[in-house]
Write a protein that binds this ligand. Structure first.
Ligand code: AMP
Ligand code: TRP
Length: 333
C-alpha cells in the first residue's frame, strides 16, 4: 500500500540527537522506500508562536533543510518545503479552529509546559498551535505521520479534529484520519544532564544535548560529561526503570546501533561507565560527524537550499490548492 507521509520540524535552531533519533532517522527510511510519498515541512509558522529574530529564523529555515538533506532525505524523491509558502495551511487552520473545541486544547500538555506559570502572557498562537499542525497533516491526506513521542497527543487531537469535520459536514471520508508512526523503543531521548527531562533545543545548557552540527571533540566531551549514576552498568532491563540516565545512554546506543536494549545490556553488564562511554562516543562520532560536516557544507550553498524549498513549495501548493478548494465548497464559501 502507498503510504502518504507528512511530518514537520520547527526551524528553531540546534537540531539535536533527539530530533534525529525521534524523527529524522525515521524520515530517511520512509523516504528510501519507493512505495511511499513523503512530504517534509519546515514549520516556520509554528516557530513564530514564540518570539523569533527574523534574520535568525531565515537562517534556521535553511539549516533545517540542510539537516534533512545531510541526514539522507533525497529532495528528488520527497517534497521538502516551508509551511508559510503555502497559504492554505493558515487558512485551513482557521477553519479547523472553528471545529476544534476549547476543552480539547485545554488538555494539551505541551502548551502547559511551554507556557509555564504565566499562561496569560503566552501567545494565542502557542495555544492554538496543535490546530495548525492538524491543518498541515489533513491538507495532504497524509496516512502516516512520523513523529517523536512528545507529539503523540497533538496527533490524537488532529485525528479528533479531522473526524469532527467529517461528521459535522456529513462527508465521511473527506479528511483522511492519519496514523502516528512513533518508534516503539526509545521514542523519547532525554537530556544528557537529567534523565528525566527531554533533550531539547531550548535547554540553556548546551551540554544537555548533542547538536547535529557538533564537532567530534564536542561530541566526545559531552558524552564524557554526561550524567550517570554511581553503580556499574546495568545487568537487566528492569534496572533501567530506576536508572534514568543509564537508561537514556543505553537507549541512544541501541537506537544508533539498530540493536536491542537487551543486546547492549548484555554487552556492557557490570562494566564501568567509562568503557561504555568510549564506545558510545565512537558510535556517535561515526553517525553524527558526517551529517555535521555535510550540514556545514550545504550551508555555504544557500541558493541550492532555496531551490529545494521553491521546488518543494510549488509541488506542495499543487496538492494543497486542490484540497482547500474542496474545503471551501463543503463549508459553504
Ligand atoms: P521540533 O524540533 O519540536 O519541531 O521536533 C521535531 C521532531 O523531533 C518531532 O517529531 C519531535 O517529536 C521530535 N523530537 C524532538 N525532541 C525529541 C526528543 N528529545 N526525543 C525524541 N524525539 C524528539
Ligand atoms: N509540532 C511538531 C513539533 O514541534 C512539528 C509539526 C508541525 C508537525 N506540523 C506537523 C509534525 C505536522 C508532524 C506533522 O515537533
Amino acid at each position: 500500500m502507498t503510504k502518504k507521509i507528512f511530518s514537520g520540524v520547527q526551524p528553531t535552531g540546534n537540531l539535536h540527537l533527539g530530533n534525529y533519533l525521534g524523527a529524522i532517522k525515521n524520515f530517511v527510511s520512509l523516504n528510501n522506500d519507493d512505495q511511499n510519498k513523503c512530504i517534509f515541512c519546515v514549520v516556520d509558522l509554528h516557530a513564530i508562536t514564540v518570539k523569533q529574530d527574523s534574520k535568525v529564523l531565515r537562517n534556521n529555515i535553511r539549516e533545517t533543510v540542510a539537516t534533512f538533506v545531510a541526514s539522507g532525505i533525497d529532495p528528488s524523491k520527497s517534497i521538502i518545503f516551508n509551511q508559510s509558502s503555502v497559504a492554505a495551511h493558515s487558512e485551513t487552520a482557521w477553519i479547523l479552529s472553528c471545529v476544534a473545541r476549547m476543552g480539547w486544547l485545554n488538555r494539551m500538555t505541551q502548551f502547559k509546559e511551554k507556557a509555564g506559570k504565566d499562561k496569560e502572557k503566552a501567545s494565542v498562537g502557542l495555544y492554538s498551535y496543535p490546530i495548525l499542525m492538524a491543518a498541515d497533516i489533513l491538507l495532504y491526506d497524509a496516512t502516516h505521520v512520523p513523529v517523536g513521542d512528545d507529539q503523540k497527543q497533538h496527533l490524537e487531537l488532529c485525528r479528533d479534529i479531522g473526524q469532527k469535520f467529517n461528521n459535522d459536514f456529513g462527508i465521511e471520508d473527506f479528511f483522511v484520519i492519519p496514523e502516528p508512526l512513533i518508534q516503539k523503543e526509545f521514542s523519547r531521548i532525554m537530556s544528557l544532564k537529567d534523565g528525566l527531562k527531554k533533550m531539547s533545543k531550548s535547554d540553556v545548557s548546551d551540554l544537555s544535548r548533542i547538536n547535529l552540527t557538533d564537532t567530534k571533540d564536542q561530541i566526545i566531551n559531552k558524552i564524557k560529561k554526561a550524567k550517570t549514576d554511581p553503580l556499574p552498568m546495568p545487568s537487566s532491563l528492569e534496572e533501567l526503570n530506576e536508572r534514568p540516565e543509564a537508561s537514556n545512554l543505553i537507549g541512544i546506543f541501541s537506537s544508533l546501533n539498530n540493536s536491542s536494549l537487551e543486546e547492549i545490556i548484555k554487552k556492557f553488564s557490570g562494566k564501568n561507565f567509562s568503557d561504555f562511554k568510549n564506545e558510545l562516543s565512537q558510535l556517535l562520532v561515526d553517525k553524527i560527524d558526517p551529517i555535521s560536516q555535510e550540514i556545514k557544507k550545504l550551508l555555504n550553498e544557500s541558493s541550492y537550499l532555496d531551490q529545494i524549498l521553491s521546488d518543494g513549495s510549488q509541488k506542495a501548493q499543487e496538492i494543497a490548492s486542490q484540497k482547500i478548494k474542496k474545503i471551501h465548497k463543503i463549508v459553504g464559501f
